[in-house]
Ligand binder design. Structure first.
Ligand code: CP3
Length: 430
């Protein structure tokens, strides 16, 4: 059975409610090759977008950003919206990803944070002790005003672009946030790090401090994502870029409940949720469960309430006994996993098997960014291989295995989009 329940919590003028984005190729694949009514349908073309598609690889971006810091440009609605639209205009990609950053909720809460060019997020003072965590200001929803305005300008710009191109779907906007672990990794270290030692030490040595920090990050990221979706984004992506640095046991115990709590903020909205990390082959199934079970999570992952671990256990036991553990209406309808270039999509799809909805999970990925610098033929063959492997998933949205490197030639990206759009598409399997 396919759920066609409209999302009751979205505003009446939301593009998923008015239907402007519902039949876009991106959403068709996030639904596993289905139309909005749940019937198998081929997308108008094979969808593709790139993480960090907006940014330094584009001359028009570098020009617009001149003299404005990264975070200031994110909080200027006209600028953020124009930067979001630039790659859609240039490459004809199938999604706009909101131009912002995972640390924007910190800045909006009043935390002293900056993005140093070529370095990444740097905090005025790292968050190390329980006192530091308890001193973190709570985010006021009103602080999201510039985000809401930027999203509204963007969705309106995307609508105009569809009209100009005379297309019968509007390119969806994807909203996003950092997962609590990845966000906390920057907060505890105070700057980018390779091994994420301080945050991993805190988790086990000062678990109470970790629990309070991760809960704070889950609230901040959850509210940030919800603000974007309510203002007009048609999907949400949770970036847990560094989750791959954790063992399966540590991910399950210290991280999954908080990612689940972050996602519980959007789980009632009926939007596809993409969960992305790098080097995550040891935890892919748990990352999917985090999305599937987000709806039954309490927003505060304290001792009580069903955690991913508990829900997964119940679901497995129920499967063995041939019954359904959870009311399907209580599960997030469209879980999608983002896979980096270290894992073949066919292997990822086979490893995951069917989800709690009984279907193979849609995957997003995973062109190796290094191939963008290869000769045209090598890149062409690599993209064909990604497409062939992606066909074994229950839906495939092509992306890079991680972000666009700043030194990428944008014309190469446009050619990749053309190649992907030229392949034949098929309806999803029942
Ligand atoms: O096109 C897009 O994907 C748009 C928006 C976007 C940005 N950051 C803009 C950005 C998104 C989705 C992010 C997410 C983000 N930010 C993540 C998760 C994804 C990932 O890359 O793993 C992380 C870890 C961050 C934190 C962050 N912000 C880092 C590590 C950096 C890189 C520092 C650098 O300069 O190389 C940033 C800066 C940043 N965020 C840039 C952009 C376009 C570059 C800033 C610039 O153009 O000067």
């Amino acid at each position: 059975m396919t759920s066609t329940t409209p999302a009751p919590s979205l505003p009446a003028d939301h593009p998923l409610v008015t239907g402007l984005t519902t039949e876009a190729p991106l959403l068709n694949q996030y639904r596993g090759g289905r139309d909005a009514a749940g019937n198998p349908a081929a997308p108008a073309r094979q969808p593709v977008w790139f993480m960090r598609q907006a940014g330094r690889s584009l001359p028009e971006y570098r020009k617009l950003r001149e003299g404005t810091t990264m975070l200031d440009s994110c909080l200027n609605p006209e600028m953020a919206s124009e930067i979001t639209l630039q790659p859609v205009r240039r490459h004809d990609v199938d999604a706009a990803i909101f131009f912002s950053d995972i640390v924007i909720p910190l800045r909006l809460a009043g935390v002293d944070v900056e993005i140093k060019p070529g370095v990444g997020p740097v905090l005025g003072s790292p968050v190390r002790t329980l006192e530091d965590v308890r001193a973190l200001p709570e985010l006021d929803e009103a602080a999201f005003a510039p985000i809401v305005e930027a999203v509204e300008l963007t969705t309106s710009g995307l609508k105009d672009m569809a009209a100009e191109a005379d297309r019968d779907w509007v390119t969806p906007l994807i909203g996003f946030a950092g997962a609590p672990f990845t966000l906390a990794a920057y907060m505890v270290e105070g700057k980018p790090s390779k091994e994420h030692l301080a945050v991993r030490t805190m988790m086990k040595a000062n678990t109470e401090t970790w629990n309070e920090l991760a809960a704070w990050a889950a609230r901040a990221s959850g509210a940030f994502m919800r603000a974007q979706v309510m203002a007009g984004a048609s999907a949400a992506q949770l970036f847990d870029s560094w989750a791959g640095s954790l063992s399966r046991a540590d991910y399950l115990e210290y991280v999954a409940p908080f990612s689940q709590a972050a996602l519980s903020h959007v789980a009632d909205l009926g939007v596809p949720v993409i969960h992305f990390g790098t080097g995550t082959s040891q935890i892919l199934d748990v990352m999917r469960a985090v999305v599937e079970f987000a709806r039954i999570a309490p927003q505060e992952p304290v001792e009580s309430g069903p955690s991913v671990l508990q829900a997964m256990g119940e679901a497995l036991a129920a499967k063995e006994e041939g019954r359904t553990a959870h009311d399907p209406a209580s599960l997030t309808t469209y879980p999608v996993l983002g896979v980096d270039y270290r894992m073949n999509l066919r292997e990822a799809a086979d490893q995951l098997g069917a989800g709690t909805n009984g279907r193979r999970t849609p995957l997003q990925g995973n062109i190796d960014p290094a191939m963008l610098f290869a000769d045209a033929e090598t890149l062409h063959q690599h993209v064909q291989a990604v497409l062939a492997d992606g066909a074994s998933a229950g839906g495939h949205v092509v992306n890079l295995g991680h972000g666009v490197p700043p030194e990428t030639n944008p014309e190469v990206l446009t050619r990749v989009v053309e190649q992907i759009h030229s392949v034949e598409t098929h309806p999803g399997q029942d």
